[in-house]
Design a protein around this ligand. Structure first.
Ligand code: NOJ
Ligand code: CA
Length: 707
């Protein structure tokens, strides 16, 4: 009671002063909210006494409305509260997640217009989330956002790990530079060649944006729960190091169609003085709503192979025939067309992959290029490319599903939309029904090319609503979704755990794209950026780095193994050809063994752009798997195996780079050694340039049983 009065007095004092402080549960963060003299809302964030976000303004400009939502506010009310609960994700890096924060909701009203806006702040032990809410009211009902003007004022010229701002793609290599250097590097960073690209500013970058300050703070800016809103980029004022939100416009140049009551996504600032804590943060998921899917037994972490790398690397084709300059569904008679003999998705080839999957314990086989329409799918802004239900004559959809199911393997459906979003929506029910008919429970979708209707982009509110519609509709059919080229994830998989994967960054496919491949340190940055919002279908596991089309994969075999642990995903592909796995059967053993769902995860070493070392405990077992990926500079990790259960002996199988391995010229030089370890053991392990290592740990008794 005494406490209550004290806080009430404090609140009153602050109320009149137009300012209020909020602390994180552990007291390390302080968020300060205030109104400037002209009624502009401002916040700042301090971590362990250091400025993370200096005084930064909050608000919006509106279309056709001279009175913006930038100033002239007064505080009507403030409410503080605390929250602490543990929740269990359907799949994840850990089996239980703590959601613990202190909240401040500031209710504002604009003096002249009496418009109401609530700014809700949640301060966790790993950072801050805040969003704008517009309650039901008479003076602000339908409105169009011209600009969201949320600022993130950085305290210095930090090092940033960034990709160019773009309304259509995140498929870029990362640049590492000072904030002040972004403008000078933008042209070089903005590599061309993607089927759809729209840049907007010489200092525009995408989120999740990772930064490091000179005094050792790791700062990550992103968003959570991007629903019915446009994707946020950041535009930098590089004289003052102030980022401002830059929303993706719609086809009219507008940035958001709103109807109160409504809210924005959360803007997130994850901070630590230890890079490992950024990787371990669950703040993005915690800011999303709990699962809306009640019965989740059909959602299953999946390890898969596929008829895929052969098309990406130019060995075979998605298309069935080379006979026609173009095709039209319902008009072109494929049954009479001459096959090109390079088609990948043939019944015989798919059977080969099913046999391989069954023999090696994989759950599923992805098959791309199974359906009519691939002959002219790209580059024509063609609306009706695919119907998602008509197989090519050489793909026996019924027989192959029966063949697979008899071997306890599933086929993964593939829906390439070629950006024709309305066409996909028109066919979606029929497409999902066909999947159910044949027993598919997962779909990989794709959005290559400009979005149709023209004028919309991949990350506009309208298109984001489509991705959400596809996820929710798939959930109605109990179908898991892995969307490529869709907007980057923002933790929505907590609410819709059937969203088991996304691409939304450069995946392994770019390693086959000749002179514009992924940098060797790409995989040491992605967990700090793209993975902050959710898992990525990175499609690792390439063993033959010299690709059919002459390209070269920038990695060693040991690095490729480690990705199954460092790039957390409930969906993991073994992307290379069966014959390459057979050539290196001893290394392939790790991919067969590694889990895809976890009880626990420990980040042991991490520095963006340089290295990441993670250990994870496989769900429902005593087995651990460890992965290390390394950037350009060869190094030695010194790690402590204290995560293992005390008093237990484990057989550790260590798959590592040979001394002379490197990602350019000696990619297949690895060693495999077996040692017995305990939680007291220390490990000193070499990683080559662009290399890494992977370890499986089995309790000694189980390891004996396995043999
Ligand atoms: C791009 C995707 O990222 C890739 O995985 C897929 O094979 C092609 N589109 C074709 O759909
Ligand atoms: Ca892609």
């Amino acid at each position: 009671m005494k406490h209550f009065f004290l806080t009430a007095i404090l609140w009153f004092g602050i109320f009149t002063a137009n300012a209020q402080d909020l602390k994180s549960p552990d007291g390390n963060f302080l968020m300060h909210f205030s109104l400037e003299a002209d009624g502009t809302p401002v916040y700042k964030l301090i971590y362990k006494g250091k400025d993370v976000i200096k005084a930064s303004k909050l608000g919006f400009t509106l279309k056709n409305d001279n009175k913006s939502l930038l100033n002239d506010f007064k505080i009507e009310d403030t409410k503080t509260s605390s929250f602490d609960e543990n929740w269990k994700p359907v799949w994840g890096e850990v089996s239980s997640i703590r959601n613990n924060y202190n909240e401040l909701a500031v209710s504002l009203s604009q003096k002249e217009t009496d418009r109401k806006m609530i700014i809700r702040f949640r301060l966790f032990d790993d950072g801050l989330g805040f969003r704008y809410e517009f309650p039901q009211q008479n003076n602000l009902i339908y409105f169009t956002i011209k600009e969201e003007r949320t600022q993130f004022a950085m305290a210095g010229d930090h090092t940033a790990y960034w990709i160019p701002g773009d309304y259509d793609t995140q498929e870029y290599n990362y640049s590492t530079s000072k904030l002040s250097e972004i403008r000078g590097l933008m042209e070089k960073a903005y590599t061309k060649g993607n089927a759809s690209q729209t840049s907007f500013s010489p200092t525009g970058v995408q989120t999740s944006l990772m930064m490091k300050s000179q005094d050792g703070l790791y700062i990550n800016l992103h968003e959570a729960a991007l629903i019915n809103y446009s994707c946020m980029h950041l535009n930098l004022d590089d004289k003052n190091f102030v980022f401002e939100s830059w929303l993706t416009p719609d086809s009219h140049g507008d940035k958001g169609k709103m109807q109160a009551p409504c809210k924005t996504p959360w803007r997130t600032v994850i901070v630590s003085d230890d890079a490992r804590n950024i990787l371990a943060s669950k703040l993005t998921y915690n800011l999303n709503e709990p699962s809306k899917i009640q019965e989740t037994s059909w959602i299953k972490p999946t390890k898969y192979v596929g008829v895929w790398w052969e098309m990406i690397s130019g060995k075979s084709t998605w298309s069935y025939t080379d006979e026609f300059p173009s095709v039209q569904l319902g008009v072109t008679d494929f049954s009479k067309a001459k096959p090109n003999r390079k088609h990948g998705a043939t019944t015989a080839n798919v059977k080969r992959y099913i046999d391989f999957a069954a023999k090696n314990g994989f759950d599923a086989v992805l098959v791309e290029g199974w359906n009519e329409g691939w002959e002219d799918w790209i580059g024509h802004e063609k609306d009706y490319v695919f119907d998602f239900v008509t197989p090519y004559p050489d793909f026996d959809i019924k027989g192959l599903n029966e063949y697979a199911h008899a071997k306890k393997v599933k086929l993964i459906m593939h829906h390439e939309t070629s950006g024709a979003v309305r066409n996909y929506e028109r066919h979606m029910d029929a497409a999902y029904k066909l999947m159910k008919q044949y027993g598919y429970d997962a779909v990989k979708s794709g959005y290559v090319g400009n979005i149709l209707p023209l004028g919309e982009t991949h990350y506009s509110q309208w298109t984001n609503n489509h991705y959400q519609y596809a996820i929710e509709k798939a959930a109605d059919y109990q179908i898991m979704v892995n969307a490529h080229e869709a907007v980057r994830p923002t933790g929505i998989a907590r609410t819709y755990p059937n969203l088991i994967g996304n691409e939304a960054a450069r995946g392994t496919e770019y390693q086959a794209f000749g002179n514009d491949r992924n940098n060797a340190n790409h995989v040491t940055i992605l967990p700090f950026t793209r993975l902050i919002g959710g898992p990525m279908d990175y499609t690792p596991g390439i063993f033959e780095m010299d690709v059919t089309n002459g390209s070269h994969v920038n990695a060693t075999i040991a690095n490729q193994l480690a990705l199954y642990v460092t790039m957390y995903s409930p969906l993991q592909m073994a992307a290379d050809f069966p014959e390459n796995y057979e050539r290196f059967a001893d290394a392939f053993q790790f991919i067969k063994d590694v889990a895809v769902d976890w009880d626990d995860s420990r980040y042991l070493e991490a520095e963006p752009g340089q290295y990441i070392t993670v250990a994870r405990k496989a769900k429902g077992t005593d087995n651990w798997f460890l992965g290390n990926v390394n950037g350009e500079t060869a190094r030695v990790s010194n790690i402590d195996l204290g995560f293992l259960e005390k008093g237990k002996k484990y057989t550790a199988v260590i798959y590592a780079d040979a001394k002379d391995a490197n990602y350019k010229t000696n990619t297949q030089a690895y060693t495999i050694r077996k040692v017995v370890v305990t939680s007291n053991s220390k490990l000193s392990q070499f990683s080559a340039s662009g290399g890494g290592y992977a370890i499986s740990f089995y309790p000694v008794a189980d390891a004996a049983k396995k043999k």
